[in-house]
Design a protein around this ligand. Structure first.
Ligand SMILES: Cc1cc2nc3c(=O)[nH]c(=O)nc-3n(C[C@H](O)[C@H](O)[C@H](O)COP(=O)(O)OP(=O)(O)OC[C@H]3O[C@@H](n4cnc5c(N)ncnc54)[C@H](O)[C@@H]3O)c2cc1C
Length: 406
């Protein structure tokens, strides 16, 4: 397999983080290739059917995540249902409590992502799996990929690991931490009740019906006495998928017992996730690693702001160091595999935060490629200027908030 053209930036994984990185790098003038093992952009947010774009705001009325994080929120509802809460339509501040989030159709989001990536001039390689890396003098220089054309190598000035599982960084020998997952499944179902709702309210949004089985994000509902699952083990990934679908089968068997055989006409699974719905698999060990309790901590190398989606009033400055693997150069991390552990991981692994880290990684990759240096050697002030010029708030003061001591 021969690469059709040389690339400045090669991005592994077209989830939200990879798409954000690709958009930013391409708009910054880099020649960008985005490699994806499925045939859909969006990762867990689309192929994984995770269709709630969690808040861009702090829960106290201030929007903290902007730039591509906001652009993608808007894109998620461009070709389907969902609406920005009315109080947020006028600007970057709104009454407390109502959070700036939307529910979207995964398929509609795919169409909008296709459009954005095409407009930005990103070269997409779908159905392409990223494998081994070549590391020379501590720097990743080549990525081995495989698709229907066979195996091939891609050289680039800079790489971004947006695989969600730190596949690229792990291949390159970077240290990482792992976390096991509770068993759960999110799917979309069709129900007669929702169809009637839709007719009654005269809108299609109720047709988007989530059905869940198993655990929530903290283990409630995990089948008692059963194991947890690792995303870095091929056997675990396959069996996680099989066992999570078994839970859904049990759910519909119960429905049929409750509603009778006819019940399968009134409620049935419509779409199943086409990737394993693992929340946290691998986080690289970074130059800086984000940890529990670090909300409201000021960072001199901040590259974006993210809010805790679970509770109001907790905002994090994301450090550039969390995008830089400690042990290898030439690669930036983006999305749910950045250097962030424990409770901080819960904040940084979700859709808006993946867009924030992705945009910063894309900007850093493009700047590094242009200057012929590895991202760790970048002047952070220059990266911060670049992001601010894009309308991205980086530090608390940028949105009228203040760091808190201790
Ligand atoms: C059950 C569940 C519920 C969730 N609920 C929410 C929610 O309500 N709201 C929210 O905001 N977030 C939620 N999340 C989290 C959120 O969906 C993801 O963490 C976020 O979308 C991560 O984006 P990402 O781009 O970092 O990674 P991913 O979405 O995992 O994207 C990684 C991409 O890389 C590709 N890839 C992986 N390895 C390779 C390889 N070797 N070669 C080529 N391509 C590769 C994958 O196919 C994928 O497209 C949930 C997650 C789960 C599992």
């Amino acid at each position: 397999m021969v690469a059709p053209q040389p690339f400045d930036v090669v991005i592994a994984g077209a989830g939200i983080a990879g798409c954000a990185a690709a958009l930013e790098a391409a708009r910054s003038g880099a020649r960008v290739a985005l490699l994806e093992k499925t045939v859909l952009p969006g990762g867990l947010a689309t192929a994984g059917l995770v269709h709630i774009y969690l808040p861009l705001c702090d829960g106290n009325g201030t929007q903290v995540s902007c730039g591509i994080a906001e652009e993608l929120l808007q894109a998620s509802i461009k070709y389907g249902p969902g609406a920005v809460p009315a109080c947020w339509r006028a600007g970057h501040a709104a009454p407390e409590h109502e959070r700036l989030r939307v529910v979207f159709s995964p398929a509609a989001f795919v169409l909008a992502l296709d459009e954005l990536l095409e407009q930005a001039g990103v070269t997409l390689w779908y159905d392409t799996v990223v494998g081994a890396t070549r590391v020379e003098a501590g720097r990743v220089t080549v990525l081995e990929v495989e698709n229907k054309s066979g195996r091939g190598s891609l050289r680039a000035a800079c790489f971004v690991d947006a695989t969600g599982d730190a596949d690229l960084a792990r291949q390159a020998g970077a240290a990482y931490v792992e976390q096991e997952n509770w068993l759960s499944l999110w799917a979309l179902e069709a129900t007669l009740a929702r169809a009637l709702d839709a007719v009654q309210c005269g809108a299609g949004a109720p047709l988007l019906k989530l059905v869940t089985a198993g655990s929530d994000n903290i283990g409630n509902g995990h089948p008692p006495g059963t194991k947890k699952w690792r995303g870095t083990n091929g056997h675990d990934v396959s069996n996680y998928v099989i066992e999570s679908r078994r839970l859904l089968r049990t759910h519909y068997q119960q429905c049929q017992r409750d509603l009778g055989e006819h019940g399968r006409n009134d409620a049935f699974p419509l779409t199943l996730p086409s990737m394993a719905q693992l929340r946290t698999t691998c986080a690289v060990v970074g130059r800086t690693t984000m940890r529990a309790g670090e909300a409201w901590q000021a960072r001199t190398d901040a590259i974006g702001l993210v809010a805790d989606w679970r509770k109001p009033g907790f905002v994090w400055e994301m450090p550039f160091g969390a995008l830089l693997p400690r042990d290898v150069r030439g690669v930036l991390m983006a999305g749910r595999c950045i250097a962030s552990v424990d409770d901080a991981w819960e904040v940084t692994r979700v859709i808006p935060a993946a867009a924030v880290s992705g945009q910063a990684a894309g900007a850093a990759a493009a700047l590094a490629a242009r200057q012929g240096i590895t991202p760790d050697a970048l002047d952070v002030t220059q990266l911060q200027q670049h992001l601010r010029a894009r309308g991205v708030p980086l530090q608390y003061a940028d949105v009228g908030l203040r760091a808190r001591a201790g």
